[in-house]
Design a protein around this ligand. Sequence first.
Ligand code: PLP
Length: 390
Amino acid sequence: MSFIHPETHAIRTQSERTQYQEHSVPMYLTSSFVFDDAEDMRASFAEEKQRNIYSRYTNPNCAELVEKMCLLEGAEAGHTFATGMSAIFSTFAALLDSGDHVLSARSIFGNTHTLFTKYFPKWNISHTYFDVNELESIEALIRPETKILYVESPTNPATDIVDLTLLGTLSRKHNLIFIVDNCFATPYLQQPIKFGADIVIHSATKLLDGQGRVMGGISVGSAGLIDTIYRFARITGPALSPFNAWTLSKSLETLAVRVEKHCENALQLAERLEKHPKVRQVRYPFLPSHPQYALAQKQMKLGGNIVTIEVEGGLESGRTFLNAIEMCSLTANLGDTRTIVSHPASTTHGKLSTEERQQVGISDGLIRISVGLEHIQNIIQDIEKALVSV
Ligand SMILES: *Cc1c(COP(=O)(O)O)cnc(C)c1O
């Protein structure tokens, strides 16, 4: 075969078959691996041989998942983690030294924000936030001790699109490690390494599993950086369970068809709600009304599965809307087959003031919809019925 498409890699990349010639790869639910003799054991520990020793280090199911994700993201190497947050923490902790500085987008996942503000100061690691809509001014924020540039795109929940090519160029100029949390796009829609990212992180819990079953995380990128991260992880122990790795590797087989359908449903819903009288604004990267429509078209294959709407009436209407929902789920996950609605101002961002929320693009009446794979008519019906009550 000449060119192997990502869809094919996601299905056909597989660990070697065992003597049983199984079609689907087995789960290697083992904590350790046996050695042939003293010399084999010595050479393995000395890392003269590449082989599995202990599942806190490596495991065949995790290795298969890493191999697939590297092919999908165009990365040299990777390592899997128990959750997205352990991938983020381990990546930062492995690469940063005391005194280093992180330049990060302000609109990032809430727990990542807490990591920067509450825990990194303990290790004398500082950070500065920048607004993703004011990238012109970020060069002035780079300090001699700045080591990492960090973004998510599209952002959650505002769906701002960050110009990855621009930041990739800036990172090379200033010798920064450019890290992108690609959770909302998945490698099917966007491959940040192509635009100059050094490392791509995923919460595999979201669209990569896509069925709300298991948690997982992964970091992929250049071999040297990943080796540093791997060495930190094998000592500190945030290993992904082989069971979850097996599940996630299976999930990737359907990633392309799932994401394609998620995006088709999301666009249809966004177009429909844009005309709704109770909806003040709809944001979806592939709607021509989105402020960064052109950039989204350039950077992403499709618009993703997150649609945000702003309902008339603010905080109280947001809550009323959630209470009137019948089918969609009120839950903390996203990227699931099931459509999920949430109201950030009264939940995840409830501790912030209205002004602080505005800074990260969250108005009081903002509803985030993680559009699932139910029939689009049923998704529209449920949401439009709930809108009647606001
Ligand atoms: C959920 C999420 C994470 C954290 O992942 P977990 O698997 O929940 O630990 C990180 N980044 C983004 C953008 C997320 O949505």
